[in-house]
Design a protein around this ligand. Structure first.
Ligand code: PRP
Length: 183
């Protein structure tokens, strides 16, 4: 385990099993539909790479870049849409994939854009982690990997100051590393 990690919440094998199950459910639910998997950068890159390989129907893949947190440990409350998808979404089934659902601001804003502005035919939301206790904006979530307590989690795509995304498990960051100000 990395020295900066207090404890492991979800091991590599637990994540693998859960992602496989999510992929199978998405496969069953969306078979026969014109599907675009739309992942939000950067946090979802590891998750979506594994999720894609667990989905056994033809899908397209695209990315949007949304940033709301910068390097702070709590949400600034502002959702910035930096880059929107290339893919034509009109009339398609869009599966919006993110690593973590926290206040809900990011997912609700992107969901609104995708349906209202980009004309997606139907929208599904898929997050690996759901920090239910932190929700400010209600967001319907169709596929959830794990519910997670309100602790600072990193790894498997999740970062602190853009670090730790490459850890293969999800762990709790030692508080000493972020206490005393934002990086
Ligand atoms: C994180 C995470 C979600 C969002 C969730 O993104 O990836 O997109 O925050 O928070 P919310 O529910 O309170 O909106 P971040 O802005 O940290 O960017 P990143 O994906 O590049 O890490």
């Amino acid at each position: 385990m990395h020295d900066d990690i207090d404890r492991i919440l979800f091991s590599e094998s637990a994540i693998r099993a859960r992602v496989q199950a999510l992929g199978q459910k998405i496969t069953r639910d969306l078979v026969g539909q014109d599907v675009v998997i739309l992942a939000l950068l950067k946090g979802s890159v590891v998750f979506v790479a594994d999720l894609l390989r667990a989905i056994d129907i033809p899908v397209k893949v695209d990315f949007a870049w949304v940033s709301s947190y910068g390097h702070a440990t709590t949400s600034s409350g502002k959702v910035q849409l930096k880059v929107f998808p290339d893919e034509q979404l009109r009339g398609k089934t869009v599966v919006l994939v993110d690593d973590i659902l926290d206040t809900g601001r990011t997912l609700s804003e992107v969901a609104r854009r995708i349906t209202q502005d980009l004309g997606a035919g139907s929208l599904r939301t898929c997050v690996l982690l759901d920090k239910v206790a932190r929700r400010v904006v209600p967001v319907p979530v169709d596929y959830v990997g794990f519910e997670v307590e309100d602790v600072f989690v990193v790894g498997y795509g999740l970062d602190f100051a853009d670090r730790y995304r490459n850890l293969p498990y999800i762990g709790v960051l030692k508080p000493a590393l972020y206490e005393g100000g934002e990086s």
